[in-house]
Ligand binder design. Structure first.
Ligand SMILES: Nc1nc2c(c(=O)[nH]1)N[C@H]1C(S)=C(S)[C@@H](COP(=O)(O)OP(=O)(O)OC[C@H]3O[C@@H](n4cnc5c(=O)[nH]c(N)nc54)[C@H](O)[C@@H]3O)O[C@H]1N2
Ligand SMILES: Nc1nc2c(c(=O)[nH]1)N[C@H]1C(S)=C(S)[C@@H](COP(=O)(O)OP(=O)(O)OC[C@H]3O[C@@H](n4cnc5c(=O)[nH]c(N)nc54)[C@H](O)[C@@H]3O)O[C@H]1N2
Ligand SMILES: [Mo]
Length: 777
């Protein structure tokens, strides 16, 4: 592929996993972890008595007797359990103006926070502050706001159910539903789209279903990096000769072949197992047309079969008894021409008919999907077309079949279940009233985009963040940064320093908390928390390591501290709840009856599953039916006119969202750098450019509609196996190209994965490194 030598760019020929993975873990551990802690932490992760891996939300197999090796899980654990510390003395010597110059990688790389810190403007430094003083000042500022709706309460998906429940309780008693959440940037299209289709906003499959399916479709997700333990599941399926169809604009090694570190014979012989049996390089944003093409092909095959008196292709009995809207869908599919489908999907009719054939031949199909589906202008519609496809053959609510959204953060799904939502329903409000005797606010609050817009416009003046790195994760880097600096109050509950903490408000606090891996002792002894994975399994997690500093406190304790200081007449006995997390779980059960017998069930090995009605063909829609939903795709959001290209933003192998563990992206052949853009060689040639050239990238279309010219400069073009017309770069480097206003209208999810751009040879000085920036046109 690489005809010219470009520093740090090479072909990676090896399969995913294998020795490369083992070497990478050794490296990650060597840099971050005290040797004594290493074995301890790794051996208790995802074990019945241990802690839940803070990596991804892929479930654990039932019999977790042996540690399931996962390179990126090991990185997540070692990153948290690092021996490095960032102490008050360091802050005293390094003013915020100096810290700002450090890279995101370097900032988190300083290590674990050790003390609660408050910003002091006179010295431009963060200074240690006692917990009670921090709480007092935070409470005072929150009480001083004229309206509780002028404060935003962000949640990142690592928070446990117990922490998230107390947080939403505090915020609702304070009086607002402003709950921007990382899920607004992630699977909101699933949470909004699926209930309209199937009445449940969660995946319908269990891990066991993969043992029974006859075909798997993997659309827009990259498990080799983001859900590595899933490769073991896909490997097992492949060994059973189950066809695995991938739809992805890039060729991703983890979806091609895998050497299992768990299987010594594969490791010793260098043998690998194929993952994808068919790899379709769909255009960025081309999933709706591709899925509609598949359904059109199925419909035609069904018409033919029935005309010939053969077995129908569609499950008409299921459609009749369980669904509404089939005729409208069929009409729309018949009217959608193959020309448009081929042009917008980037796939040929032959290819689409071929994969439709694989789908039709299988009696039990699972469709898995990730951010390649949700983070689009049409994210919600993408999700709904996947549901349509499954419903056509009754692939929902029976063994071996169903829909499988791959959630992001390890407890992002659970946080939602226990009340982190800006749009509370009547049951939630009634549950709180019944349990605590106060009436929570009913007016809808802000999601992530609405929160940043409110801050930008001065309508919100305070932000509390339970984890995460909101400003860096959001689109429109410059504008978001500028907005955050206008706040009166910023409070960050965090384990490590990141750039969001350096966006100073009038008063800024960093409150250091225990991580998942650490022992959490409260009045009644050591506590465990609970989390919910992608498949609605709830299980306990108990840290075992000595906390990184004696000043760290648990998230529930910190939330209770802020609540007590903010709400002098609170109806909640915060101290009692924080003293014994069983009592928090009892309250969760009172507010959300779906958690019945919570404490008893979570103590069973492996935990328990929260009911997902659609898994039982109980369609919780107003009509008690699943709905086929039509999505007319239109040229205006999919066309890249003239010399424009469509850019997507993706994760490297050495990152966890905004946390950068290292500068390598092994499976894509990148070493020691992140300033690259993956492009098709023909697209480069057509613009007089070549592999290794430095380019500038300019946003077009909806992302410059407000007259701002969003651009990033000085990135190196890498010729890569990506479909023509599409290109990819890393997140968050690409976020500066996306306008805050440009999101899916149904779910509010930013369009991180379909950014129309123009490129040109770079005019940025070669030694300046890549830049991001916005300027007025
Ligand atoms: N190690 C690690 N694990 C993680 C994370 C991490 O950063 N690091 N993040 C966690 C979180 S919060 C999340 S949400 C998940 C994310 O997990 P993924 O959804 O796998 O994440 P992404 O890297 O965003 O990439 C998705 C894939 O979509 C493809 N893609 C891009 N655009 C399109 C498109 O238009 N159509 C199709 N069909 N495909 C497209 C990309 O090529 C890429 O392979 O992982 C979680 N797990
Ligand atoms: N362009 C582009 N942008 C994206 C995406 C994309 O694909 N492309 N993906 C989006 C997605 S899917 C997501 S989920 C968001 C992620 O957005 P966030 O969830 O806000 O970001 P993270 O990078 O996961 O947050 C990292 C920080 O969390 C803190 N932290 C880590 N562990 C803990 C803990 O146990 N407790 C507490 N309190 N804090 C902790 C640390 O201080 C660390 O610096 O980004 C979104 N942004
Ligand atoms: Mo996510």
């Amino acid at each position: 592929m690489s005809e010219t030598e470009v520093p740090g760019i090479d072909d990676y020929d090896a399969p995913a996993g294998g020795w490369g993975a083992l070497r990478a873990v050794a490296k990650a551990l060597g840099g971050q972890m005290a040797v004594a802690r290493e074995s301890m932490a790794l051996h208790r992760v995802n074990q019945p008595q241990g802690f839940d891996c803070p990596g991804c939300a892929w479930p654990d197999p039932k019999e977790t007797s042996s540690f399931e090796f996962c390179e990126n899980g090991a990185k997540a654990v070692s990153w948290e359990a690092t021996a490095k510390r960032v102490r008050p003395e360091f802050f005293a010597k390094n003013p915020v103006s100096a810290l700002w110059q450090l890279s995101d990688y370097a900032l988190e790389g300083l290590g674990r926070l050790t003390h609660p810190m408050a910003y002091d403007a006179a010295s431009d430094t963060f200074q240690a502050v006692p917990w009670d003083e921090a709480f007092r000042r935070i409470g005072q500022s929150l009480r001083a706001l004229p309206d509780p709706n002028m404060a935003e309460f962000y949640t990142s998906g690592r928070a446990s159910n117990e922490a998230a429940f107390l947080y939403q309780l505090f915020v609702r008693e304070y009086g607002t539903n402003n709950f921007p959440d990382c899920s607004n940037m992630c699977h909101e299209a699933t949470s909004v789209g699926l209930p309209k289709s199937i009445g449940s906003g969660k995946g319908t499959v269990l891990l066991e279903d993969f043992d029974h399916c006859d075909a798997i479709f993997c659309i827009g997700h990259n498990p080799g990096t983001n859900h590595p333990r899933m490769l073991s599941t896909l490997r097992e399926a492949s060994l059973r000769d189950v066809p695995i169809v991938v739809m992805n604009p890039l060729s991703e090694r983890g979806l091609e072949r895998f050497t299992s570190p768990q299987h010594p014979s594969e490791m010793l012989t260098g043998k690998s197992t194929r993952i994808a049996s068919t790899y379709c390089q769909v255009k960025i944003g081309g999933d709706v047309p591709a899925l509609k093409g598949m359904m059109k092909a199925l419909l035609a095959a069904d018409d033919d079969a029935r005309a010939a008196g053969a077995t129908p292709v569609l499950d008409h009995e299921f459609i009749r008894d369980n669904t509404l809207g089939f005729e409208a869908l069929a009409d729309d599919l018949r009217q959608t021409g193959w020309d448009a489908i081929e042009r917008h999907s980037g796939l040929s009719r032959d290819t689409i008919e071929m994969i439709a054939g694989i789908y039709a031949k299988a009696s039990r199909v699972i469709v898995c999907y990730g951010m390649g589906i949700t983070q689009h202008k049409h994210g919600t519609e993408n999700v709904q077309q996947i549901a349509n496809l499954l419903l056509l053959r009754g692939n929902m609510g029976r063994q071996g079949a169903g829909i499988c959204p791959l959630r992001g953060h390890s407890n992002v799904q659970g946080d939602r279940t226990v009340g982190i939502t800006e749009k509370p329903n009547a049951d939630l409000n009634e549950g709180i009233r019944r349990t605590y005797g106060f009436v929570p606010p009913t007016a809808h609050g802000h999601d992530a985009v609405a929160a940043v817009l409110a801050i930008r416009e001065g309508r919100s003046k305070a932000m509390v963040a339970l984890g995460g790195n909101l400003a860096v994760a959001m689109p429109d880097t410059e504008e978001t940064f500028e907005a955050m600096r206008k706040l009166d109050l910023a409070v960050h509950v965090a384990t490590k320093l990141n750039r969001s903490h350096l966006l100073l408000a009038k008063e800024t606090f960093i409150l250091p908390c225990l991580g998942r891996t650490e022992l959490d002792e409260q009045a009644t002894g050591p506590q465990s928390v609970t989390v919910e994975d992608s498949m609605s399994m709830v299980h306990a997690s108990a840290g075992t390591l000595k906390p990184a500093s004696e000043h760290l406190r648990s998230e529930p304790w910190i939330i209770a501290g802020i609540a007590k200081a903010t709400l002098p007449t609170t109806r909640v006995d915060w101290d009692r709840l924080v003293g014994d997390y069983d009592l928090i779980r009892n309250d969760i059960e009172k507010v959300f009856p779906i958690f019945f017998d919570f404490n008893e069930r979570v103590r069973r090995p492996g935990g328990f599953r929260l009911r997902v009605a659609a898994s039982e063909r109980d369609w919780a829609t107003p009509e008690r039916r699943a709905h086929f939903l039509v999505s007319p795709f239109s040229n205006d959001d999919m066309d890249t006119p003239g010399d424009e290209l469509m850019l997507t933003t993706i994760r490297s192998h050495d990152q966890y969202n905004t946390t950068i563990y290292g500068l390598n992206d092994r499976y894509r052949g990148v070493t020691g750098r992140r300033d690259v853009v993956f492009m098709n060689a023909n697209d480069l040639a057509a613009r007089g450019l070549k592999h290794g050239d430095r380019i500038d990238i300019f946003a077009t279309g909806a992302n410059v509609a407000d007259g701002r010219q969003r651009a990033v400069r000085g990135f190196t073009a890498v010729a890569y196996d990506i479909v023509e017309g599409s290109m990819a770069m890393y997140f968050p480097e690409g976020n500066a190209l996306i306008a805050l206003e440009n999101h899916d209208s149904h779910s509010g999810t930013p369009t991180y994965k379909s950014v129309p751009v123009r490129i040109a040879a770079s005019t940025a000085p070669a030694d300046g490194g890549p830049r991001r920036g916005t300027s007025h046109a």
